[in-house]
Design a protein around this ligand. Structure first.
Ligand code: ZN
Length: 246
């Protein structure tokens, strides 16, 4: 589903538009002209449906070359192996995500805890996947004629990175589970979730002049994305945490 000039939504679960499996995050495809990149992979249970959605949008599958992961939680990285195998995508991720993904380490992505909490059935598997490129703060990569800058944004998880798409005179932020519509956040009682880092990240992002905000769940904003980032900072300025999305 094309949602803006350069962005397609190809997967989204119960906390979004229910395009694909209930547990999927929002998966975006960035149209760089002669090359496409995916941001996040969904949980991996309905990868074929995600690929069908790409085709329905008329995306030339052979031009989808890269998968950029925001963090390792299963709803964002569980489909990496399937997409790597089916589409031959080069996977890029932060060092922490890469370590967990290459080892298929379910404890490192809190999948064990999520299973014990009943969020995932016990038989869900985190498939190991090779990572071609480890991304760090300030790294820049090109997808066709679009530039993408990497921002380290820990807080929701220690391995979280966001992607700032600079194209057509716009800046669009793909921020995984860092900040959502209305400035809401996602704090969870799992390892790697850290309030001081989260606060620092939200303050940093509030100073980034963005147009579109494309989070990992709920709705996106094509314009005035800054409004949502600044809403989050307003809570912090009153020594409060922004409300959780769930
Ligand atoms: Zn997450």
């Amino acid at each position: 589903m094309k949602i803006s000039c350069r962005v397609h939504l190809i997967a989204s679960g119960l906390l979004g538009c229910s395009l694909t499996h209930d547990n999927d995050c929002n998966v975006y495809a960035i149209d760089g002209g002669n090359e496409f990149a995916l941001i996040d992979s969904g949980c991996g249970i309905e990868t074929e449906r995600l690929i069908e959605n790409l085709k329905l949008d008329g995306t030339p599958i052979d031009r989808v070359t890269r998968l950029l992961l925001t963090h390792g939680h299963l709803d964002h990285s569980g489909g990496a192996r399937g997409l790597h195998d089916r589409l031959g995508l080069e996977v890029a991720a932060s060092a922490g995500t890469a370590r967990a993904l290459e080892a298929g380490d379910q404890e490192a992505i809190s999948l064990g805890a999520a299973k014990r909490a009943g969020i995932y059935p016990p038989d869900v598997h985190f498939a190991a996947c090779p990572v071609a490129r480890v991304l760090r703060d300030g790294d820049e990569l090109m997808v066709g004629d679009c530039s993408i800058r990497v921002l380290e944004t820990p807080g929701h998880s220690s391995d979280m990175i966001s992607f700032l798409l600079c194209c057509d005179g716009r800046q669009d932020l793909f921020c995984g589970d860092t900040v959502f519509h209305g400035g809401r956040i996602l704090l969870q009682d799992v390892s790697g979730c850290d309030i001081p880092s989260y606060s620092q990240t939200l303050r940093r992002l509030a100073d980034v002049p963005i147009d579109g905000l494309y989070p990992g769940h709920l709705t996106w904003s094509e314009r005035r994305g800054c409004h949502h980032l600044q809403k989050a900072r307003e809570f912090l300025d009153r020594l409060l945490l922004p409300p959780n999305i769930v």
